[in-house]
Ligand binder design. Structure first.
Ligand code: SF4
Length: 254
């Protein structure tokens, strides 16, 4: 086992029942993100380095997880986990011990995603909006070819090798129904399937404390009933759809 590799870890939630349906997982929050989404609920994790983030080795992380008997696995989230190349060494090492290993991503590093893919049980990629509005929504210059390459790769993974979630926060008026439909259509064209329990997940916007105060009110929170109507419309593209919201948790649309 490789023990000298480190990651900048901002914090850990020792148990989550909602981040990987059917499993109890520990959430590992990696510091740093290359985007600046206005609705980000972990905005304190955007700077690459902070006084709170710690360089943590694989051995140190395993030691922290050691007494956590109830977990089935771990999810690497952030921030943007794929900014740190050592993620690969961590998922390899942890996959030897746990049955569930997940990575959350914004899709800006398709190369590292492809490298970690064989060692993880699910990859969740946020797709923010229709491509023409991307830079406005994520607040940064972004290489859309890399976003598209990640989507292509993950659609292929959903057909051939493992679970994928494409996630989209529905947050009007900035993220509209048209955005949701454009993304759903694109996923359908790219051959996204529901094999391995993969889903396109429409997420409720929650104005939590993690969202920067000056941006919190720029977006509306949609109730479950409205999300369900949108999700039913998305079904016409023939892709698997679910909703994640406060009222129902993780809700699969039949
Ligand atoms: S990509 Fe994710 S972590 Fe980064 S700013 Fe956007 S919502 Fe926040």
């Amino acid at each position: 086992m490789e023990e000298d590799k480190t990651l900048y870890i901002a914090g850990m939630k020792s148990q989550s029942l909602v981040d990987e349906p059917g499993y109890t997982v520990a959430m590992i929050y990696l510091q740093g993100c290359n985007l600046d989404c206005g609705f980000c609920h972990n905005s304190s994790l955007i700077p690459m380095f902070t006084a709170k983030s710690k360089k943590t080795s694989i051995a140190q992380l395993l030691e922290k997880l050691e007494d956590n008997f109830l977990i089935d696995g771990v999810i690497f989230t952030g921030g943007e986990p794929t900014l740190q190349q050592n993620l690969l060494h961590f998922v390899k090492a942890l996959s030897e011990k746990y049955k569930v290993i997940g990575v959350d991503t914004n899709g800006t590093n398709p190369k590292l995603l492809a490298e970690v893919s064989p060692f993880v049980t699910r990859i969740a990629m946020d797709v923010k909006c229709a491509f023409e509005y991307y830079e406005k929504v994520v607040g940064k210059k972004v290489d859309l070819e890399k976003i598209k390459a990640s989507i292509d790769f993950l659609c292929k993974r959903s057909r051939e090798s493992g679970r994928v979630e494409f996630r989209m926060v529905y947050a009007p008026p900035v993220i509209s129904i048209e955005d949701v439909m454009a993304v759903a259509e694109y996923l359908s064209l790219k051959g996204f399937t529901g094999k391995f329990k993969s889903y396109f997940v429409i997420q409720q916007y929650i104005p939590s404390d993690g969202v920067r105060e000056d941006r919190r009110k720029l977006y509306q929170t949609m109730i479950f009933d409205k999300l369900q109507i949108i999700a039913q419309n998305v079904k016409k593209y023939g892709i698997p759809v679910a909703i994640r919201c406060q009222e129902k948790g993780y809700f699969i649309i039949d």
